[in-house]
Design a binder for this molecule. Sequence first.
Ligand SMILES: Nc1ncnc2c1ncn2[C@@H]1O[C@H](COP(=O)(O)OP(=O)(O)O)[C@@H](O)[C@H]1O
Ligand SMILES: O=C(O)C1=C[C@@H](OP(=O)(O)O)[C@@H](O)[C@H](O)C1
Ligand SMILES: [Mg+2]
Length: 183
Amino acid sequence: MGAGKSSVGKRVAKALGVPFTDTDRVVVREHGPIPRLFAERGEPVFRELEAEAVRRALAAGGVVSLGGGAVLHPATRAALADAHVVLLTVTAEAVAGRIAGSDRPLIASGGIAAWQAILDERLPVYTELADVVLDTSRRPMSRVADDVVAWVRAAAARPDAATSAPADAVGTSTPTTSDEGAP
Ligand SMILES: Nc1ncnc2c1ncn2[C@@H]1O[C@H](COP(=O)(O)OP(=O)(O)O)[C@@H](O)[C@H]1O
Ligand SMILES: O=C(O)C1=C[C@@H](OP(=O)(O)O)[C@@H](O)[C@H](O)C1
Ligand SMILES: [Mg+2]
């Protein structure tokens, strides 16, 4: 949450001339606002709806920006094996302003402490899935997008390149080089 997956993914897709899907936007379009889904149907239902949106988006190809918790679903983790996975990270310090006033249900009441706790819990999964990690804390979105595009082009040129289109998955933050917090 707040690393820039949605914003950067859109720019990357434009630069590469490929389709872009933000899976949260798909879920919202098809099922309504995320806070309402969490409140009325619960997080497990949201995760199933999200996983289905991710499945379709990855099958369609192009750049796919996931919600930070999408990798909690085993089907999504499995599907990402065939994609180029970019983990965007951000420090707690840098993300604070980005998520201020956010309606994301998992941090609506707990703020940055909740964000950090979620990141700490998920970080092993994020790093396991990531093919590359880029920190966004001190770089404008356009520069982050440039870095992703360069990495994708280099990855596509490698002989062992994955066959599917790039996926701008995950994104959050952690405390060292990159993800200083990841949700
Ligand atoms: N590199 C960046 N520098 C400054 N602000 C950023 C950066 N990337 C994203 N943002 C801002 O942070 C907020 C969250 O970005 P978003 O793309 O929705 O993140 P995510 O999809 O990872 O939750 C947005 O207001 C966006 O404009
Ligand atoms: O990390 C999470 O569990 C979530 C992240 C959100 O997406 P972003 O990571 O794009 O903010 C959104 O899917 C939902 O609020 C749950
Ligand atoms: Mg997003």
